[in-house]
Design a protein around this ligand. Sequence first.
Ligand code: GLN
Length: 474
Amino acid sequence: MRNVRDTARDVQNGDASALSVLEESLAQIRRRNEELNVFLHVDEDGARAAANAIDGRIARGENVGALAGVPVALKDNLCQTNIPTTCSSKILEGWRPPYNATVVDRLLAAGAIPVGKTNLDEFAMGSSTENSAFGPTRNPLDTSRVPGGSSGGSAAAVAADMTPLALGSDTGGSIRQPAALCGLIGVKPSYGLVSRYGLIAFASSLDQIGPLTKTVTDAAMALEVIAGHDPLDSTSLPEPSPSLVAHVEDGVAGKRIGVVRELIDGADADVVASVERAVEALKEAGATIIELSVPEFRLGLSAYYLIAPAEASSNLARFDGVRYGLRVDGDDVTSMMEATRTAGFGEEVKRRIMLGTYALSAGYYDAYYGQALKVRTLTIDAFRRAYHQADLLLGATTPSVAFEFGSKTADPMAMYLSDVFTIPSNLSGEPAISVPFGTGEAGLPIGVQLLGPGRSEGQLFAGARVLEIADGRP
Ligand code: GLN
């Protein structure tokens, strides 16, 4: 499967039809989906109709947009009109949204072809896609290992050449962590840059939608399409989409890049070695490297696992057997709701709802939720200080390469620690990108992470491009 840029160019020029590109994508899905469990739903007919419409418009000489004919996989917490949307949960069984998420409308307007919905950890809670009610997704690079999570299906779709582009959501690392484990680019945009209208909420003060791709340019093209103000999301920044592709080749000459000890300490030796080689590559490209310590980042995980469950316990109250999906009957309304939620939610979702409800309850609110918000403020201040010294920050994306199935499922804390390096940017609302850089144990990919202040996506893509070239992908 060709990348996003070449596909769009060939389709727009008439060198390839959108339908032929789509058929290639569908054939690869048929070849590998049973083994990998990437797609929960494939909309072959809808995708063919969309591809034919694009080909018709091109035949009439129209410009169909930046993503002409590009097949795209959607994480199954994004709404698409009349397409089953499950969040990998039994509680949404049979539910079909009556509307498109804004990102879906924008993809369609740019000529992209949504082909189907990808597996995730239930309601995006997890780091391995093992928490799906529909079985885990396998990592296409080593099927005995997880693809990461929660956007594991979206990452696997791109890594397995099923689609050149997928969208995921990132609340604590769910785009960047699977990108790192599957050898892809993954972007968590600035909070407010991409509309969340039609994203089924996990933790609303943290959630952002972003792209997973094989190249930096592809990610910039996709983000440019989905970003920009949307009146349907009250947290949307009141600005048009920034120009990003134009900055991909800007380089890092003269930039100060802060290597953050707390975003490296505790990582496996192969991951540390990759970050060190990334530092050398950036230095060679003309960046000034500064060693930084940001001790506040060590508190991020604890704060996140109070704030995210607190918001989730509130957001998930809507799944009550009345409005959406599953209903298990009971003698009265309360027992119906109880039976529905007992049957519909998986173990991890129930754990989060209980944690969050506890953290918000009278008598504990100040001690848990209130404290976590203070840590969040400290984290934001710490980032601000770091960005006085450095233009961008660098660290690892994950502590290890892709792990084996079952190796962390018995101990929730072990699983939560997968996100220790990605969570700070969610707490601050600032952007970060994971870029594959070198390989480690068993030849598996390693991701390094570049972080920047709010709306610095252009600079992040430029830094990521320097690493992409240095890693041998010109
Ligand atoms: N793995 C983290 C969690 O379980 C992050 C999830 C996410 O970003 N959606 O909450």
